[in-house]
Design a protein around this ligand. Structure first.
Ligand code: ATP
Ligand code: MG
Length: 567
């Protein structure tokens, strides 16, 4: 057991956060590591959050520690129970477990209020009557100090009484706030008497009407960490300037411990917007079909798109953790995905754009069941049998009338291998009145069963196919990047990031034909459609209405080579 764990730590990519933890363990500052993942339930989680989840839960796992799931629910206006449920589902799906360590910042409202009274009693907080706008104006700038509030010197008694009356609901929203009394001349603007409590007469999704004053994030977060005994409070870089405030609150208050805040660079991905606010906007304005639209970078969307938890965890490990911000190429995420699907996805045959083929010399009504291996990368995946008959469908693009010598697929007179089946030769091309090819008449070589002969004959091209009589009609949804621009938020003046949306990011093909085994697919099951890419049975998938989403194309050398030859 012990060696297993040691190996695990050794195999892990180390990073500066793990170095800090290793030191803290070595010099006895901590013996048990406790981290937390603290989402605000104001939207669905995205791939950036996945980085943070893998980091926090990964550290807890590797150090035999614990990671808490804590909802930072201090802003009832934007928050919703729907989001809480989706976040829990997403963390679990990624493969992490918070055990019984599920917390809500709102659980600490009483304690936070009590602590605020302590700050007042110690002369470190005061009730201020300035409006938000007045406060902004008196805060100063990066180069100029702020101006003290005229209410800064209220007596402790007066502050206590006013704060109590704020809680009782005697004042309107915005009429008063409780502020920390720190330093209006501090070079760090976060330290210029930040607001601790504001009045908001709104219902909270957990505490209902109990409160009409709500604590600010900075105040709540550090105290929540301390109350839970968090050892390392890992957050993204934008909180670096807030760290002095994090430490100030904890230094003033009789909290049980003082966690260490450590910042790392957030994940940015090309072709992706990564903020709940922008994602919500896409959902609200129907640019996508909900938070779990397969084009969304939300975990729910990626799950529906066919991403696996393993691929996302591997991605998080590959990108690592650093102090300096950077933009990760989306293709790295796809690489991690293909790497995982390659081992897991069953190879099947689906014709996306069908062209009818009649095997002239194949007996009418005969059906043969041919062996097909499920996954050449996984010998334990076994075989299945697929029906072959006189009438087939192949891919329209696999036929070319004017073919050159480098074309190995269907053309008049050429011999082609049907995957897992036979060698066939096109004898006649049938066209409609518009001159479009609608049918191929072929013959087959009955000695080539399984797709090979022992006479040394060379047949280079291989096509996928389905038996017309047995196949299943399916809908296939082809997804592309949601944005045309690799940096979607980088727009000229007067433009919006939604101007960068790729209007062709979804193509629906409604007349595709799949081999019969696919009607038994279960929602979420993943496949490689030979030569077409990886696909997943959609959530809506039923036997009567089979729908597949394309997860990603194949970066397959076969397809690439073919493309080159056809140019
Ligand atoms: P958003 O900007 O998308 O609204 P947020 O930071 O406001 O994100 P929170 O719910 O507050 O969202 O985030 C929960 C945790 O996830 C925080 O610790 C935050 O630092 C982390 N996180 C959010 N976005 C990223 C990202 N792109 N990369 C890494 N971690 C992130
Ligand atoms: Mg936030």
């Amino acid at each position: 057991m012990e060696t297993e764990k040691e190996n695990l730590i050794e195999n892990e990519v180390t990073n500066f956060i793990r170095n800090i933890i290793n030191n803290d363990l070595a010099n006895g500052k901590h013996s048990k590591i406790i981290t937390r993942f603290p989402p605000e339930p104001n939207g669905y989680l995205h791939i950036g959050h996945a980085k943070s989840i893998c980091l926090n839960f990964g550290i807890a796992r590797d150090y035999n520690g614990v990671c808490h799931l804590r909802f930072d629910d201090t802003n009832p206006i934007a928050e919703d129970v729907e989001y809480i449920e989706s976040i829990k589902e997403d963390v679990k799906w990624l493969g992490f477990d918070w055990g019984d360590k599920l917390f809500f910042a709102s659980d600490y409202y009483d304690k936070l209020y009590e602590y605020a009274e302590i700050l007042i009693k110690d002369g470190k907080a005061y009730v201020c009557d300035l409006s938000q706008e007045e406060m902004r104006q008196s805060r100063g700038t990066l180069t100029e100090p702020g101006v003290n509030s005229p209410y800064r010197n209220r007596t402790i008694e007066e502050n206590l009484e006013l704060f109590h009356r704020m809680k009782q609901g005697e004042f309107n929203d915005g009429a008063k706030s409780l502020r920390a009394k720190i330093d209006m001349a501090s070079p760090n603007i976060n330290m210029r008497d930040p607001v601790i409590y504001r009045i908001k007469k709104v219902q909270h999704h957990r505490t209902g009407d109990t409160w009409c004053i709500y604590p600010m994030y900075d105040y709540t977060h550090c105290i929540s960490d301390a109350l839970e005994g968090i050892t390392h409070s890992i957050c993204t870089l934008e909180f670096e300037d807030h760290r002095p405030l994090y430490d100030w609150y904890l230094d003033q208050l009789p909290v049980p411990c003082h966690p260490q805040q450590i910042e790392f660079a957030r994940l940015n991905l090309t072709y992706t917007v990564m903020s709940k606010r922008w994602l919500l906007n896409l959902v609200k304005n129907n640019f996508v079909k909900g938070w779990d639209d397969p084009r969304m970078p939300t975990i729910a969307g990626m799950r529906r798109r066919g991403f696996t938890p393993e691929s996302i965890r591997n991605f998080a490990e590959k990108i690592g953790v650093a102090k300096a911000g950077s933009v990760v190429d989306y293709s790295l995420l796809q690489f991690c995905l293909r790497e995982d699907l390659n081992i897991k996805a069953k190879r099947v045959m689906v014709v996306l754009d069908p062209l009818e083929v009649i095997i002239e010399n194949y007996p009418d009504g005969k059906v043969e069941y041919l062996e097909a291996e499920n996954n050449p990368e996984d010998s334990s995946a076994g075989n299945r049998s697929i029906p072959f008959s006189k009438r087939l469908f192949i891919e329209k693009e696999d036929f070319k009338e004017d073919a050159n010598k480098k074309w190995y697929r269907f053309t008049l007179g050429a011999e082609v291998r049907l995957k897992h089946a036979y060698y066939v030769t096109c004898k006649e091309v049938i066209k409609n009145e518009n001159g479009e090819v609608i049918k191929l008449i072929c013959t087959y070589d009955s000695d080539s069963r399984g797709g090979w002969t022992n006479d040394g004959r060379k047949v280079k091209g291989t096509s996928h196919w389905v038996s017309a009589e047995h196949c299943v009609k399916t809908e296939v949804r082809l997804y592309e990047q949601l944005f045309n621009d690799s940096d979607p938020m980088n727009v000229p003046e007067g433009k919006n990031y939604t101007d960068n949306l790729n209007l062709d990011s979804l193509k629906v093909l409604s007349d595709c034909y799949a081999e019969p085994s696919l009607k038994d697919a279960s929602p979420g099951e993943k496949f490689q459609f030979l030569r077409q890419g990886y696909f997943v049975a959609d959530y809506d998938f039923t036997k009567d209405n089979p729908v597949f989403n394309r997860i990603t194309t194949l970066k397959d050398s076969w397809a690439k080579l073919e493309k080159k030859l056809n140019q």
